[in-house]
Design a protein around this ligand. Structure first.
Ligand SMILES: CSC[C@H]1O[C@@H](n2cnc3c(O)ncnc32)[C@H](O)[C@@H]1O
Ligand SMILES: [Zn+2]
Length: 436
């Protein structure tokens, strides 16, 4: 058998339905897809590879999926810390965005975010931000995968003047990326408190017609729910349900306030939740009941949120925080075990985005979106269980090789598609302007 690439790793965490963990196996890649997974001895005998990568002491995992972020907010990292959500948004972030966000801000911010994410083993992200056509272009140029939000808010911004214009621009984006190998789109109405019924209803119809997800901040804080109940006598979740948005396409982000009936409804309809533990902790937004959601059979993925509320785009760190917080919130040390945290950061993210036939696990026929981490550092030794070291102890500097669709985008820890000094220099120029 002929392969373009043969990756021989000491351990492979497949994240397949049986969570198979393989030792001394190899993955063969052809046309960007996983063509074979087999013991290395057999691979040596049967596969003629153009390139073989030897990874002793490394664990090979599926590319991590950041299921909620605002990539170009990386340029606002550290601008306003230690504040609750609404003060942070209304008094700091939205005024800064109003003054500075344009296409070139989004291009430079996205490049910084893509560089950070690829170096941290993230191969796909789900974005919600202004000028999404720029986010899409920069991401594709860097060889990364993303689901780009067709954003909608009620208020005018530098990107669009009305809900109708946001939707029209979203439809143009959908058309532009219809058959792209790395870029997909999703509707991304910002939140129930910033988008009114008519556009939400239209989005529900269009999501069904186009077969794309609906990505929305939902029940992020207790205040959000209480304000809605006081003003309209209805919880935001019930409102979205009435408008036809609670269903298998829903990607609901945060969900710190959930009643048992709402959890049952999420499970019954096949909706997904994106848990953003570090953003929720930093903004003191509340705690998503992850263990209850998982027990009920709800698909729970992981996201960082933007770098202005986290303050990094580190999915390895997010897995660790999710596993630890899940135990603390549920009062059970066996809640959110390491294997589950890894599933949340991979296959569950893929499922939420409708990409689980393509990415999220190391299985035959899937895209070769792969990440190798070197576990021979003192803090990940000795090693009993690779998944334990990966989730509870590993750091991003241990990410050494990253492939997206079989193309190597990180080699020996360095990017192959982005110029680090240029990306950092543009970010520093923005910070100097904004700080002034
Ligand atoms: C319409 S573009 C996205 C919009 O969302 C803002 N944002 C960033 N983080 C959060 C969050 O945690 N909750 C609500 N809104 C958030 C971002 O600044 C953009 O304006
Ligand atoms: Zn967000």
């Amino acid at each position: 058998m002929h392969a373009e690439l043969l990756i021989h790793a000491e351990w492979i965490l497949t994240v397949d339905p049986d969570n198979r963990q393989l030792t001394d196996h190899a993955v063969a890649v052809a046309d960007g897809r996983i063509q074979a997974i087999l013991p290395y001895e057999e691979a040596r005998r049967t596969i003629q590879a153009e390139q073989t990568v030897e990874l002793p002491g490394h664990v090979l995992i599926p590319g991590l999926i950041n299921a909620h972020t605002h990539a170009s907010m990386s340029l606002l990292r550290g601008l306003a810390d230690d504040l609750p959500l609404m003060t942070w948004l209304h008094e700091h972030i939205w005024p800064t965005e109003g003054r500075w966000v344009d296409a070139s801000f989004v291009a430079d911010g996205t490049r910084l975010a893509v560089l950070e994410m690829l170096r941290g083993g993230v191969t796909c992200y789900n974005d919600m931000y202004f000028h999404p056509e720029v986010t899409a272009q920069v991401t594709a140029e860097a060889g990364m995968r993303a689901v780009i939000g067709m954003i909608v808010v009620d208020f005018p911004t530098g990107y669009a003047a009305s809900p109708d214009e946001y939707i029209a621009k979203g439809l143009a984006l959908h058309e532009r990326y219809r058959d792209h190998p790395l870029i997909r789109v999703a509707w991304a109405p910002h939140a129930p408190y910033s988008v009114s019924d008519a556009p939400l209803q239209r989005i529900a119809t269009l999501a069904f017609e186009l077969g794309v997800p609906v990505h929305i901040h939902l029940h992020e804080t207790r205040d959000e729910v209480e304000n809605a109940v006081n003003a309209h006598g209805e919880r935001p979740f019930a409102r979205l349900d009435r408008l036809g948005l609670i269903g298998p396409s829903l990607v609901s982000v945060h969900m710190t306030q959930l009643e048992d009936a709402e959890i049952a409804r999420l499970a019954e309809t096949g909706a997904s939740v994106v848990h953003c533990p570090e953003s929720n902790l930093k903004l003191a937004s509340g705690f998503c009941p992850v263990a209850k959601l998982l027990d009920a059979g709800v698909n729970v993925a992981l996201g960082t949120d933007g770098a202005a509320s986290n303050n990094d785009l580190n999915l390895l760190g997010e897995m660790r925080t999710a596993a630890l917080l899940g135990k603390g919130v549920s009062g059970s040390a066996s809640a959110v075990p390491a294997t589950e945290a890894l599933r949340m950061a991979t296959i569950n993210g893929a499922r939420a985005l409708g990409l689980d036939n393509e990415i999220g696990s190391i299985e035959l026929g899937k895209s070769a979106d792969l990440v190798a981490l070197d576990l021979r550092d003192p803090h990940t030794q000795p090693l009993y269980h690779p998944v334990s070291q990966l989730v509870y102890a590993a750091g991003r500097h241990q990410v050494r090789q990253v492939w997206v669709r079989g193309r190597q985008v990180i080699r020996d820890g360095a990017p192959t598609t982005l110029h680090v000094a240029e990306v950092l220099s543009e970010a520093q120029i923005w910070a100097a302007r904004i700080a002034e």
